[in-house]
Design a binder for this molecule. Sequence first.
Ligand code: FAD
Length: 396
Amino acid sequence: ARPRVVVVGGGYGGATAAKYVRMWSDGGIDVTLVDPNPSFISCPLSNLVLGGSMQLADLTLGHDGLARKHGVRLLRDTAVAIDAEKRTVKLASGATLPYDRLILSPGIEFLWNQLPGMRAPGARDRILHAWKAGPQTTALRAQLEAMPDGGVYAMTVPPAPYRCPPGPYERACQVAHYFSRSKPKSKVLLLDANEDVVSKGALFKKIWKDRYAGIIDYRPSFRTADIDAGANTAISELGDRVRADVLNVVPPQGAGAIAVDAGLANANGRWCGVDFVTFESTAARHIHVLGDAIQVSPLMPKSAHMANQHAKVCAAAVVDLLSGRAPEPKPMLTNTCYSFVSDRDVIHVASVHAYDADRKTLLVVPGSGGVSAAANETEGVYAMSWARNIWADTLA
Ligand code: FAD
């Protein structure tokens, strides 16, 4: 019988892994991809929906190319339990899938227990995160549109590590861009749990000063300890209260629940440790973990680009392991994150990460990568090309 690979999660990591296991095994390995979502909605570019220059429909794609072109079996279902001994995955529908290798790319779970006020009835329907692109993205845009001019939009940024280090700062630019055009008396308050801007700091701060002075108010070290949902108010660890007309709470994060429940979150109970040569879990054999759910190596961001790279290293290793070959011993990965600071001007950060066999981790290659000199339109064109390329690489 042909070896069987089950992939849980059809986002950036999982969909890429499913495609590449099929391609690199020349169809010799059966691949089943499990995800409850009827479509793939891209988080990258979703801040532009808030800024008003894109629609969610522009970011909504299908998984069907994986089945049609690559022979991946698609199951619209949710994995609810993993038996690592028997090598089976149980699905919400009741079915059980056996595997030789399991690949998990479940993304993130929000740690709501760290914000008790968000348990109030209706709080999470009204106070949005929009940190998983989908209905919340369009709902947050609608809240911004409904806000009267002169209002305040506040966003809480969780302590790092979280999904997409530059994402909150890009979002602040997008909302400020919209306000500057349509509601010039309005304000953006960025309540950041971190001591400083986590990514592209000097560039973002210059843009806020040059383009959005008087609109964006950046408050570092504002560690949100709770939310008073009834009063639309964020409360800091020190007891400071900040009320907003539109409050956007991005909670602290950990690995997707299925990985945590399977006992794979062996880094602080939050993230999943992996062997960076194969992306096999360090907590269970024959199970690989990718994307935002992993405990990252130094300076590795939780990004779609990185999840795509994890997926390719993992897919190659899985094909090798199931064919009785040793995996490539020294993987090398790249990352690029573009951020739109208006509807067309963009900045980027790039890095290269090479495996260090002595330290058993991926380390940034000295002198590689870097950041933009300044925001510019040319990189706006590159950023759109990046998105079209990664969508094709993931899904087509
Ligand atoms: P996801 O892409 O979230 O995929 C996880 C999938 O797993 C989901 O489809 C989910 O339905 C499924 N799933 C979860 N649990 C189960 C289960 N039990 N059973 C079945 N399926 C399950 N990155 C960039 O590189 N560039 C950017 O410009 C960029 N911009 C961003 C902007 C914003 C506003 C945000 C929020 C993120 C951005 N990112 C960007 C980060 C990027 O979205 C993530 O790093 C990336 O999605 C991680 O991929 P993943 O496979 O780990 O998770």
